[in-house]
Design a protein around this ligand. Structure first.
Ligand SMILES: *[C@@H]1O[C@H](CO)[C@@H](O)[C@H](O)[C@H]1NC(C)=O
Ligand SMILES: *[C@@H]1O[C@H](CO)[C@@H](O)[C@H](O)[C@H]1NC(C)=O
Ligand SMILES: *[C@@H]1O[C@H](CO)[C@@H](O)[C@H](O)[C@H]1NC(C)=O
Length: 374
């Protein structure tokens, strides 16, 4: 979850601890298994609000095969019903780039916008994301998708050490992983399947540096794997463009990097997805509006990579399970499942993990997702 940072982060951590009381409010919540928890679910209406009326019959019949569809659970919950807007675009594709968008996003810093970023760099990247596959997460056409899209999102939390959840995770239609998601040697606990890998260039490269000795020696690759770029910096746009073109990074912080080193030989727009800055703003405003935003650390704060992936899944899948995410008893476990010696989870000021813990617990209790706990 927390990536190793320099001394500045430790200092900021201490300052924040002093001024805002960061540690998670602990709740003792009984571990519920999904079937019992959701046995009252009857309404199997389509969870795909973004589809037009024409598609709704199809999705209606499709989601009846979901045992725990998240959309009806959202509809039943007064608080979450007001927060979720499933029509918000999750991905940014070339077709959405307009002068109006440029002007509006120019008012916000990354990852929420483009303030101070080069228009040429943004426009040339988005120009490559112009195919229809760039606006949707799932590669196959709707008709060929599973009748109920079941997704597992696998965070890297130490709770997965010894969990033996690998088979359960791999049984989902799509599996999201992120940052230092090493699977080799941990198959019994975390499985092997990977459909999406989420990251910022910064977190990806930090993970390779920090966890190489723990087995994370390369970014996951595979024919069916898609990469989800989180646009936290101009670096992400520049790397994304170079990855699609299959050329070395021509400029900036990562100049000279060969994207194939990270993402494998396939260079094509369909391999790469880009989260929409508006989606990240929406998530921050509605789900993760941390008190940190109004402190002097406000510019450092953003939802964690795991949070962005889990909320992406909640806005695109029909049913979602979360593994390796922070729970109220996080202190019992190591920071990451792949550590050899227990290392406590550190609450850095760039994320608000206590707020995220509360959100996962509340979504679990509302039946909107299922959170692995032990
Ligand atoms: C299911 O939920 C939808 C959307 O909220 C609603 O229109 C419909 O009446 C509900 N159906 C049942 C059987 O509750
Ligand atoms: C997308 O842009 C590329 C490069 O400009 C162009 O070759 C391609 O035809 C475009 N594709 C679509 C679907 O517009
Ligand atoms: C992982 O789990 C094993 C078995 O429960 C335990 O002995 C070990 O200390 C754990 N590793 C870490 C890093 O917590």
């Amino acid at each position: 979850m927390g990536l190793p940072r320099g001394p500045l982060f430790w200092l900021l951590l201490l300052l924040t601890a002093a001024c805002s009381g960061i540690f998670v409010a602990l709740y003792s919540s009984a571990v519920e298994s999904y079937p019992e928890h959701r046995s009252g679910a009857r309404n199997s209406t389509s969870s795909r609000a973004f589809l037009g009326p024409k598609a709704s019959n199809f999705w209606m019949s499709k989601s009846t095969s979901c045992r725990h569809p998240l959309y009806p659970a959202i509809q039943r919950h007064p608080h979450f019903r007001a927060l979720f807007d499933l029509s918000t675009p999750v991905l940014l594709s070339g077709g959405l780039f307009t002068q109006e968008l440029w002007d509006r996003l120019g008012q916000h810093k990354a990852p929420y916008g483009w303030q101070g970023l080069s228009r040429q760099a943004i426009a040339s990247t988005l120009g490559l994301l112009n195919g229809s596959e760039s606006s949707r997460l799932f590669a196959v056409s709707r008709q060929r998708l599973p009748r109920c899209i079941r997704c597992a999102v696998v965070g890297n939390g130490g709770i997965l050490n010894g969990s033996r959840q690998g088979q359960n995770i791999d049984a989902h239609d799509y599996v999201f992983r992120l940052n230092g998601a090493v699977t080799r040697g941990f198959e019994d606990d975390v499985g092997t399947k990977i459909s999406f890998y989420g990251f910022t260039v910064n977190t990806m490269k930090n993970s390779l540096l920090a966890y190489a000795h723990l087995g994370f020696t390369s970014v996951p690759q595979g024919q069916d794997l898609r990469y989800i770029f989180i646009p936290s910096d101009i670096r992400d746009y520049v790397m994304l463009r170079s990855a699609i073109l299959g050329v070395p990074v021509p400029e900036g912080h990562d100049k000279g990097d060969r994207p194939q080193t990270y993402f494998g030989p396939e260079a094509s727009a369909s391999k790469f997805k880009l989260l929409h800055p508006d989606f990240i703003s929406y998530l921050r405003e509605r789900f993760l509006k941390s008190k940190l935003i109004n402190t002097k650390f406000g510019d450092l704060y953003m939802p964690s990579t795991g949070a962005l992936m889990l909320l992406t899944a909640l806005h695109t899948c029909d049913q979602v399970s979360a593994y390796g995410f922070i729970t109220s008893n996080y202190w019992k476990f190591s920071d990451h499942y792949f550590e050899r010696i227990k290392k406590p989870l550190i609450f850095y000021v760039n994320h608000d993990l206590s707020l995220e813990a509360t959100l996962w617990k509340d979504l679990h209790e509302a039946g909107i997702l299922w959170l692995y706990q032990r």
